[in-house]
Design a protein around this ligand. Structure first.
Ligand code: PMP
Length: 300
């Protein structure tokens, strides 16, 4: 297991709906929509001394997800930013912190799917934890291709960052059984979509490729890597990528708030070729680190 309990998180304070509660008292109702149907949207945020990384883009994705799900009570940016500030201040957290920010459709008057049963307003949850990047970026991770396909927009649009995570959790269970760090999920047609919690990239020669964002989450880190490539004249292309191409790529890596940029060293028992000594990945990590400060948004 990649993550362990961190003693520093024993007494954290968590924002639930309208105020801060200690970890043991931070709870939602059994009538809350997230309990009833995974009916919530969320963002993972990372805190640096200069602020929250790409907060504007994360909040934009949260608002777009909530709109797509027809949430009627969406708190405004000022409310969320103020709640984030109060939460981080109360925990004295300015770095090495990951925030799980969730917006549920709120409490229902009785159990059921119908959003008209939601008459108490939405519920914002800000869960901050001491959590350095989860993956070991020096040694990389191993992955196993799951038989569970990533949703495409015909079923549940991956452009909605929702809490109905069973699609990815089933894939993660398969990778656990296989003894690997993460699951590689294919799209409906059998092309690579993403890992169960991060986006995937491959390098062939001097070119970088990543799957279309039709079945994968349109990751914020993924988006920044696309931009960094474009700005620095690195050939980047979104396209269908088959497993055979991944097995024979020069470099394969994944991106996400959870682990930043992480080499993938093995796919389905094949060592990834890495004929370049991760030259491209290291170049992208350098560009990413150089731009990090500029993309941190302070909360004042
Ligand atoms: N894919 C999935 C399925 C995810 O849950 C996440 C993180 N929430 C990502 C990719 C990475 O996205 P981001 O770069 O926005 O953290």
């Amino acid at each position: 297991m990649l993550q362990k309990f961190d003693e520093r998180n024993k007494n954290i304070k968590v924002w639930v709906k309208d105020g801060l509660y200690s970890r043991d008292k931070a709870k939602v109702s059994v009538f809350d929509s997230v309990v009833q149907g995974g009916d919530a949207v969320w963002e993972g945020l990372r805190v640096y001394p200069a602020g929250i990384f790409l907060l504007d883009r994360h909040l934009n994705r949260l608002f777009e997800s909530a709109k797509a799900l027809a949430f009627t009570d969406i708190p405004d940016i000022a409310f969320i930013k103020n709640a984030l500030k109060e939460t981080l201040d109360a925990n004295n957290m300015q770095k090495d912190t990951h925030i799980r920010l969730t917006l549920t459709r709120g409490e229902k008057i009785t159990s059921g799917m119908d959003p008209r049963l939601n008459q108490a307003g939405s519920c914002l949850i800000i869960l901050p934890e001491w959590k350095p990047p989860v993956y070991d970026n020096d040694h990389g991770i191993t992955v196993f291709t799951s038989t569970i396909r990533r949703n495409n927009p015909s079923f549940l649009d991956s452009k909605i960052h929702h809490n109905n995570l069973l699609n990815n959790i089933q894939a993660k269970i398969q990778s656990n059984v296989a003894g690997k760090d993460a699951a590689l999920m294919l799209d409906y047609f059998g092309f690579a979509a993403e890992l169960n919690g991060t986006n995937i990239f491959m390098v062939k020669g001097d070119k970088v490729y990543t799957p279309f964002a039709s079945a994968c989450l349109h990751g914020i880190t993924r988006g920044l890597i696309l931009e960094l490539c474009q700005k620095n004249n690195i050939h980047i292309e979104e396209r269908n990528i088959s497993l055979t191409e991944l097995y024979n790529a020069d470099e394969v890596f994944c991106t996400g708030t959870m682990g930043e940029l992480t080499p993938i060293v093995e796919i389905d028992g094949r060592n990834t070729k890495n004929s370049t000594g991760y030259q491209m990945l290291n170049k992208l990590i350098t560009l990413f680190e150089a731009t990090k400060q500029n993309h941190c948004i302070p909360l004042n």
